[in-house]
Write a protein that binds this ligand. Structure first.
Ligand SMILES: [Mn+2]
Length: 289
């Protein structure tokens, strides 16, 4: 798959950030996508911005509040379900690489919920399913660009690039490094996959290089659902680390021209995953208690 995905210039785009193995939120997002396909007479697209995998393996009684809604990690199943969805709707379902996926195809191994989450998941899956998962991950792009102005990556737009070609030339294999950890210090891949914040100057440079007006990304947890950073950046949390009430996804009109993140409106472009649980500030209908 191309390192940089070029989205169509019309239709509806639904965007889902970090799932980290949460099958229930994955299925809810698919339900929303299929509704959009129906409403838009087939012109709808789904984009997952990475970290579909690597959730906690924690029993309900030990589950800490800061992890949000309880779920059981289903990373392998989410990956297979994603690839089946992409096969069912050719050209309409895409994913970007997250730092958690990268570990399975050469990147540094993440250690969020296990000493080595890559080794743990590959052990759970076994060799055949691991090979299949790696094949799926190899279809993921590093970034997505669009005519509507939105640019998508997994992490914050701190990568030092001057053109899309710098992203297209990125080597994800880490073969040239003594240790995969060395990728963390690289100006393109290390930043795209791992940066948690970017300065206004960094974001503007990134947007100039990608001909965009705003960057939409996840990677970090925003407990309230989303956070705008200046005029150019918005961090969105669709699933991981949130209670259902605050989970947010993005819905864009690919034929529109978004000038900056302030053109994204709650209830139109920024939408609650579970409207009946969500507060009014997120466009939900839950009554204040
Ligand atoms: Mn991440």
């Amino acid at each position: 798959m191309a390192r940089v995905l070029r989205l169509p210039d019309r239709g509806r785009l639904l965007v889902c950030t970090d799932l980290q193995g949460c099958m229930r939120d994955y299925l809810r997002f698919v339900e929303l996508f299929e509704q959009a396909l129906h409403d838009q007479h087939g012109e709808a697209y789904a984009l997952f911005t990475g970290d579909l995998i690597h959730g906690p393996h924690i029993d309900p009684e030990d589950w800490p509040d800061f992890l949000g809604e309880f779920y059981r990690d289903a990373s392998g199943e989410v990956m297979i379900a994603f690839s089946e969805l992409a096969a069912r709707y050719p050209g309409k379902v895409h994913a970007l690489l997250g730092n958690h996926e990268h570990g399975h195809i050469g990147g540094p191994h993440t250690a969020k919920f296990a000493a080595d989450e890559v080794a743990l998941l590959e052990h759970i899956l076994g060799p055949a399913a691991t090979a299949r998962m790696r094949g799926i991950i190899h279809t993921f792009s590093l970034a997505a660009v669009s005519k509507c102005g939105a640019v998508f990556i997994h992490g914050a737009p701190a990568a030092q690039i001057d053109s899309v070609a710098d992203l297209e030339a990125a080597d994800l294999s880490c073969r040239e490094f003594a240790s995969p950890l060395d990728v963390l210090d690289t100006p393109v891949v290390g930043k795209v996959l791992w940066a948690r914040s970017a300065t206004t100057a960094e974001a503007r440079r990134f947007l100039k290089a990608t001909a965009g007006t705003m960057v939409i990304y996840g990677h970090d947890v925003i407990p309230e659902g989303y956070e705008c950073v200046g005029d150019e950046q918005i961090v969105v949390s669709t699933s991981f680390g949130l209670i259902d009430a605050n989970k947010v996804y993005v819905s864009l009109d690919l034929a529109a021209k978004y000038r900056n993140v302030h053109d994204l409106r709650v209830g139109r472009e920024l939408l609650p995953m579970y409207p009946d649980k969500a507060p009014a500030r997120l466009g939900g209908t839950a009554r204040a208690s």
